[in-house]
Each structure stands twice: as structure tokens, then as C-alpha cells.
Design a protein around this ligand. Structure first.
Ligand code: ADP
Ligand code: MG
Length: 446
């Protein structure tokens, strides 16, 4: 899941959570002026304004920050602080439409790192055309299934435009909607309007999200026309073609069709193999052709799953400390159930079920007011697992468990995360519960 999210977005999410965990002056002094710069191989680089801040954070908040990041990315994360040079902070400016302080493009998403094959040739060529020669097709509409490289291409356009000193804004349609809603609430639509209408290039990801949102589409339609009429480039992505987005006003879908519509299909075997080679190279790993072929044969539906399997296989080989042979790779893929790699995360309901079974309680106990030791522990474990295994927010988890506050959930998460470090018994119990609901959700998705 996380491959699609840029470092600044991950860091922004982490800051949201850290804000709940430290007091306000502390947050303002040490965390507010930081930026997520780079995230590779479980190592995230956080830009800080001075060595003083770096030292303070390193000494006092490192483990908390790493825990929060692991919770968000679902894997262990190592944090590295880097003092932002004036160059980095200049670069970090211009781009974030919300705050104007953080970079929003994932530097990994470039045309160079995009593997071209029959399935994505048209979209790639069109995207490159638009980046090199803005206005050539306006708008560019890229559509295709999940995990096939739409965000990658859109950000590649952005990265190139940025390098050419254009004022470019990237936004997910969902974020655009949220920003508009809060602008309307705060009676601050003027600022919102200027933010989007003053750009040279506007990139909107996942516009299928506009479906059925009349007020947003109406607003977006005007932004669109204003930019389009003054020859500024617009590129959007969607999981389906313009006309298939349900409840999207006809005037907007016909605008979307007015430039170039390019689709991305599932990659063929050769392309999947080429992508695996590229990803292996990016990671600086050596993997035999045989193993890569095996993965490319087994994982067909999308590139995110392909990358996920490669990571699994590499991690598995490290875990059992042996040579990465085809046999080992095939075991690693089997252990995690082949196609279930792309499976949806478990639902909160499944987690509740597994937890209450293990603690011999009922869902009612977990959601109710009982506070005896066992119930309290079970509840905290449920919160921890939901945080760890689902995409639910702290607030949603609190709701699931009988209306607990986000702060309570966050505290429970911290507590269990640290308790399982110290108590093998608790660790085993939590692992056991995890296996319970993982096998359940696998049965469902297979
Ligand atoms: P989408 O937005 O279509 O759901 P993404 O752009 O997020 O998909 O792609 C998912 C992952 O697959 C990303 O890590 C991306 O870099 C990678 N990816 C997709 N297509 C390609 C490609 N042709 N070459 C290299 N990597 C790719
Ligand atoms: Mg995407």
C-alpha cells in the first residue's frame, strides 16, 4: 500500500499522530518545521532546520517517531535526520498546495524508472510529451486498474515540470475535495481558488473520487476551464474511462475526453520481468533471473503486488539466512498464499473476532465499559492490531471499540507496541491472534 504514497505524505501522517502524543510547545519547537525527504529500504530521511533540532530529536524522540512510522507503513522504519541546506528547503517550498512548505513529489517516480512495455506505451509516451511540451495534449487523461503505474506517471510529469521551473501542483481528488470543504467551512474560498488557478500545471490523481460529489465537481469544472482556456496543462488519472465514472456531470466528462485519453493495461510477462529487474536494481540487490521469472509468472495482476512479492522474497531470504534460490522464493510466495498478496487488509470486525476468541470474551465486552485487567488488555490489543493491520484512523478505531477517543487508541498502541518488546508471552499471544485473522481473511479472498 505504502509504495503509492510519497515520503512527504507519510511524514505528514506521522506528524498528525505525533501531534497527539507530545504537547503543543514541544511539537512547535521540534517537529513543526521538519519535512519528509526520502524513504528507501525502510530508511526515512527527515529534514530538520538545524543540528540542534536533529540532536534533540535523536536523543529524545527517536523511538517514538520510529514507532509511529512503523505503524503507518506497516514495517520497521529507521529514521535518519538531515539538516536541510538552503537548497533543500528552497526545493521543499513551492510545491505543497496546503502549506507551501513540503515537497510533494516522490523523487523515485520518474520517467527513467518507469519500465515501458506494450501495456503502458501510449500512456508513457503521452505523459512524457506533456511533461516536455506542456499543452501538447490538454487535458491528458490516464486510466487503468489499481497498481498499474498511474500515480507514478503523473508524478513523473510533475518531477520533470518542476525541474523545468514550472509552478506545478499535484493533488489527489480526495484531498481536493477535503480542502474545498474546509475552505467553504472557513469561508476562505478565495485562497483555495488562487491556489489552484495560479499554477502552470495541475495534476489530479484518482478523479473517479469526484463521482457523485456535485459541489466539488462544479468547483473543479471552473478551475479546469480557467486553466485550460489559458493553455495551462492539466493531467488527471482515474481507475476507469471518463464516461464510466458514475454520476459525474456530463460537461466534466466531456472535458476530460477533449484532450488525450490513454489507458494502461496489465503488463505482460516480459514487462513484469523488466519491472522486477528495475526494482531489484533500485534496491541494490542481486537476484537470479530464475527467481525473477518465478515471481513474474506467479504474480500477474498488478505491479504493486509484483513489487510486494519481490520484497517478501528478499525479506524471507534474509530471515532464514539462506541463498535466494527458486525453491526458497517459491516457499516464500507460498507461505504468504500467492495471490493473497494483493488481498485487502483484515477488517476491524475480523480483528475483534480473533481477539475475543483468544481472550475468551465477547465483542460486547470489548466495546463495553468493563475495565477489569483482561478486558482492558484485550481492548488494547485490538486497538494495536487495528492500527497495525488496517488503514483505519485513530478515530475510526476508537469508534469500532465503543467510542474511545483517538488519544486512548494512540496510547494503547504505544503501550502494546512496547509491552510486546518486553514480554514474550504477550508477543506470542498477539502473533497467534494475527495468524487467526490473517488465515480468515485469506480464506475469504481466495
Ligand atoms: P496506481 O496509481 O496505478 O495505482 P502506482 O503508480 O502507485 O499505481 O504504481 C504502483 C507501484 O508500481 C509503484 O511503486 C510504481 O513505481 C510501480 N510501477 C507501476 N508501473 C511501473 C512501471 N511501468 N515501471 C516501474 N514501476 C512501476
Ligand atoms: Mg495511484
Amino acid at each position: 500500500m505504502i509504495e503509492t504514497v510519497s515520503t512527504p505524505q507519510i511524514w505528514e501522517a506521522a506528524l498528525g499522530e505525533l501531534q497527539l502524543q507530545v504537547n503543543r510547545p514541544n511539537y512547535q519547537t521540534w517537529l513543526a518545521k521538519t519535512a519528509g525527504l526520502n524513504f528507501q529500504d525502510n530508511r526515512i530521511t527527515i529534514g530538520v532546520p538545524s543540528t540542534f533540532v536533529a540532536e534533540y530529536l535523536e536523543k529524545n524522540q527517536l523511538s517514538m517517531i520510529e514507532r509511529v512510522l512503523s505503524g503507518i507503513t506497516h514495517k520497521p522504519v529507521q529514521v535518519h535526520f538531515q539538516v536541510m541546506t538552503s537548497h533543500a528547503s528552497v526545493q521543499a517550498k513551492a510545491v505543497n498546495p496546503r502549506q507551501g512548505t513540503l515537497p510533494l513529489f516522490n523523487p523515485k517516480y520518474t520517467f527513467d524508472s518507469f519500465v515501458v512495455g506494450g501495456s503502458n506505451q501510449l500512456a508513457f509516451t503521452a505523459a512524457q510529451g506533456v511533461a516536455q511540451n506542456p499543452g501538447s495534449y490538454n487535458p491528458l487523461f490516464i486510466f487503468g486498474g489499481s497498481g498499474l503505474g498511474k500515480t507514478h506517471l503523473l508524478q513523473a510529469i510533475g518531477n520533470m515540470a518542476l525541474a523545468n521551473d514550472m509552478k506545478v501542483v499535484y493533488v489527489r481528488a480526495e484531498e481536493y475535495t477535503n480542502q474545498l470543504v474546509s475552505a467553504l467551512k472557513d469561508k476562505n474560498t478565495e485562497e483555495f481558488r488562487n491556489r489552484y488557478r495560479s499554477v502552470d500545471m495541475l495534476l489530479v490523481d484518482d478523479v473517479q473520487f469526484f463521482s457523485g460529489k456535485t459541489q466539488t465537481t462544479e468547483n473543479f469544472f471552473h478551475t479546469f476551464d480557467e486553466l485550460h482556456n489559458s493553455n495551462r496543462q492539466i493531467a488527471v488519472t482515474s481507475d476507469r474511462p471518463p464516461r464510466s465514472i458514475p454520476a459525474l456531470q456530463a460537461h466534466l466528462s466531456s472535458r476530460f475526453e477533449g484532450g488525450l485519453v490513454a489507458d494502461i493495461e496489465s503488463p505482460d510477462f516480459e514487462t513484469r520481468l523488466a519491472i522486477l529487474k528495475e526494482k531489484t536494481r533500485e534496491k541494490g540487490e542481486e537476484v537470479s533471473l530464475e527467481v525473477l521469472e518465478l515471481i513474474a509468472l506467479q504474480i500477474q495482476e498488478n505491479i504493486r503486488a509484483l513489487e510486494g512479492s519481490l520484497n517478501r522474497v528478499l525479506a524471507y531470504a534474509k530471515l532464514v539466512r539462506s541463498m535466494l534460490t527458486p525453491e526458497l522464493a517459491s516457499r516464500a510466495l507460498k507461505d504468504i498464499g500467492g495471490n493473497t498478496l494483493a488481498a485487502a487488509p483484515p477488517t476491524p470486525k475480523l480483528i475483534v473476532e480473533a481477539v475475543v476468541n483468544s481472550f475468551q470474551l465477547t465483542p460486547f465486552d470489548l466495546r463495553g465499559r468493563k475495565r477489569d485487567e483482561v478486558t482492558a488488555l484485550a481492548r488494547q490489543v485490538a486497538m494495536y492490531l487495528m492500527r497495525q493491520e488496517t488503514d483505519c484512523s485513530l478515530a475510526e478505531i476508537g469508534e469500532e471499540l465503543g467510542g474511545r477517543t483517538p488519544a486512548t487508541v494512540s496510547h494503547a498502541y504505544q503501550k502494546i507496541a512496547s509491552d510486546i518488546q518486553n514480554s514474550p508471552t504477550l508477543r506470542r499471544k498477539v502473533t497467534f491472534i494475527q495468524q487467526e485473522f490473517t488465515s480468515h481473511s485469506n480464506h475469504k479472498t481466495l
